[in-house]
Each structure stands twice: as structure tokens, then as C-alpha cells.
Write a protein that binds this ligand. Structure first.
Ligand code: E4P
Length: 319
């Protein structure tokens, strides 16, 4: 009997949101995404100890930034041996407000992949959807380096990414849900705000409708899920990146699953056209408390995990 993970593949490209290659062998995603928190988690798995040791042994004099890049590439190459599609490798969150430094780091990552025989078409450079990150993407895309714009919580961010010609955006669902749930406190009504009425799902659907109505080619990959109801409500989205735990729940569910998002329905009721420029981006993002706070918090959390990774890479040398 077909399960929901299989049914979903008929409408949407399934992506694994993990650095754990064992999970990829189990669930056979097309693409895979990582982020600083997932990398930190993955390198602490016993299965990755040899890879970590090899990176440290091969680059004895490298500083933390270079070591991290070598580690990201080693992990990315492991992942690419299993999946048929693309791996997303994230630029250091500490560069989120520095366009030039982000460009240089992205070029270095692509160069290191090339040394391993991995072409640009198999890598997405993940950048925070700050104004500076989006400008970095504009330059990188003009050089044929494909970008995945992350920490995206709002339509103004999505519009600026489209205008920059980003290959893909990752609008978050779960962190939007978290914010609204926390803000509502005791007033939160889980059943009234689930599935299609989940605030995170609504945000992705709004972006999907806008992009499809105006034939924007940037791919939309829903990310950051807290439950499978959110995933089911976004069936039909271009791609969805899903944790192994939630892929397991979908694989265990044999209820029929149909598509909810379609290009036809988006085109039937086109939303109003919106201009996108730096002033509009900053003004409209600032108007959305949730998106402003979650973007800032996301950069802080990824920065904290990048610092932990630096310490972990330095530890064997100082021990
Ligand atoms: C993937 O690209 C995102 O980094 C990931 O989905 C974030 O998920 P989280 O909100 O559960 O950390």
C-alpha cells in the first residue's frame, strides 16, 4: 500500500533535512539540506568520527574557518554519494551582514567542491535572507553559483530573493508556528491553527501563490517542520525539506494524500504586484515583528552553533 511519503513524491521533490547519511539511505530523498545546527549534531555522531579525524589530519595548520569549510565539503561529498540531487551547504552565519565576505566564502566552498570533482549543479550555497545575503546571492548567481536563501519568514524577503535571481528559497514553517504559539500563550488553539490554517503554512502558501501567479522561476522549498500536518498542507510545493523523524511518520501513514498547492489555482487569483527594493525590503520586514525577530534569532542561534563547532574542531589540538 502506498504511504504518504511516496504519495508526496508525486507532487513535490522530497529533500532530507539532516546531515545523517543513514537517514538518507532509508528515505531516498532527491536533495539534502544542512545548517550549522545540523552539522554540529552530525559531526558528533560516531559514524562521522573518521571523517572528522581525516579533516583534522589533512589540514594540521588550518584555522577554524578553513577547517569548517573542509568539514562541510567532506560531509557534503558523503551526502552526494547517496542522493541523486543537490546538497545545500551553508555559509557561516557570522557573515550574514557582510555581502563581500559571504561571496568570498561561497566561492571558496564551490572551489573546494570542484577539487573533489563536484560541479556547481550539485551544490546550493545557503545564505541568510538578510539584505546583504540577498545581494551576495545576486552576484553569485551571475557567476553560475546557485543559492538557497534560508531564514526566510516573509513575503518581502521572498520578493527580494526572486529579484536577485536566487535559484531557491527556503521559507520556514515551524519557526513561524513556534512564534505565534508562544505569542498566543494560553489563547493558542492548536486545532484551529493546524493544517492549512497553520501560520507557517499560510506564509509559505502566500509566497507560493505570488511566485506562481507571476511566473517567478525561483524554486520554493518549504522548511522547518514541526508536524506532518504542516507537510501535508503544503503538498504540491516545489520541494519540501523534511527531518528523518517526520519522513518516518509520513512513511508510516497510508491515508491518501492529495496535492493542495497548484500553479493553476495560484494563477486564477493573482495577488497584487508588489515593488521590491532595499527601502521596501527593510521597511516591510521591519513591519513584521515575527519575521524580524525570527531572522535575528536564527542568525544568533546559527552563530552560537558555529562557535561550538569551532571549539569542537580546536579541542583535539589543545587536548
Ligand atoms: C533547512 O533548510 C532549515 O535550516 C531547517 O528546516 C530549519 O529547521 P528548524 O526550524 O527545525 O531548525
Amino acid at each position: 500500500m502506498t504511504n504518504q511519503l511516496e504519495s508526496l513524491r508525486a507532487y513535490t521533490t522530497v529533500v532530507a533535512d539532516t546531515g545523517d547519511v543513514q537517514a538518507m539511505r532509508t528515505y531516498r530523498p532527491t536533495d539534502a539540506t544542512t545548517n550549522p545546527s545540523l552539522i554540529l549534531k552530525a559531526v558528533q555522531l560516531d559514524a562521522y568520527r573518521p571523517l572528522l579525524e581525516t579533516v583534522l589530519r589533512d589540514h594540521p595548520d588550518a584555522g577554524p574557518a578553513t577547517l569548517t569549510d573542509h568539514l562541510l565539503i567532506a560531509l557534503g561529498c558523503e551526502i552526494l554519494r547517496i542522493i541523486p540531487g543537490r546538497v545545500s551547504t551553508e555559509v557561516d552565519a557570522r557573515l550574514s551582514f557582510d555581502t563581500q565576505a559571504s561571496i568570498e566564502r561561497a566561492r571558496r566552498i564551490i572551489g573546494l567542491y570542484a577539487q573533489q570533482g563536484i560541479g556547481r549543479d550539485r551544490v546550493l550555497i545557503k545564505l541568510a535572507s538578510t539584505w546583504e545575503g540577498i545581494q551576495a546571492a545576486r552576484i553569485l548567481e551571475s557567476e553560475g553559483i546557485h543559492c538557497n536563501m534560508t531564514l526566510l519568514f516573509s513575503l518581502p524577503q521572498a520578493l527580494a530573493c526572486a529579484q536577485a535571481g536566487a535559484t531557491l528559497i527556503s521559507p520556514f514553517v515551524g519557526r513561524i508556528y513556534d512564534w505565534h504559539k508562544k505569542a498566543a500563550g494560553a489563547e493558542w488553539d492548536e486545532s484551529a491553527r493546524s493544517g492549512a490554517n497553520d501560520p507557517g503554512v499560510e506564509s509559505v502558501e502566500r509566497i507560493y501563490r505570488y511566485y506562481k501567479a507571476y511566473d517567478i522561476p525561483t524554486e520554493i522549498m518549504g522548511a522547518s517542520f514541526r508536524n506532518i500536518g504542516q507537510i501535508r498542507a503544503l503538498a504540491g510545493c516545489d520541494l519540501l525539506t523534511i527531518s528523518p523523524e517526520l519522513m518516518g511518520q509520513l512513511a508510516a501513514d497510508t491515508e491518501p494524500l492529495s496535492t493542495r498547492l497548484t500553479v493553476e489555482s495560484a494563477k486564477a487569483q493573482p495577488p497584487e504586484w508588489m515593488a521590491s527594493n532595499e527601502v521596501a525590503f527593510r521597511t516591510e520586514l521591519n513591519q513584521e515583528a515575527m519575521a524580524t525577530e525570527k531572522l535575528a534569532e536564527g542568525i544568533r542561534v546559527f552563530t552560537a552553533d558555529a562557535l561550538k563547532l569551532d571549539a569542537l574542531l580546536a579541542a583535539p589540538r589543545t587536548a
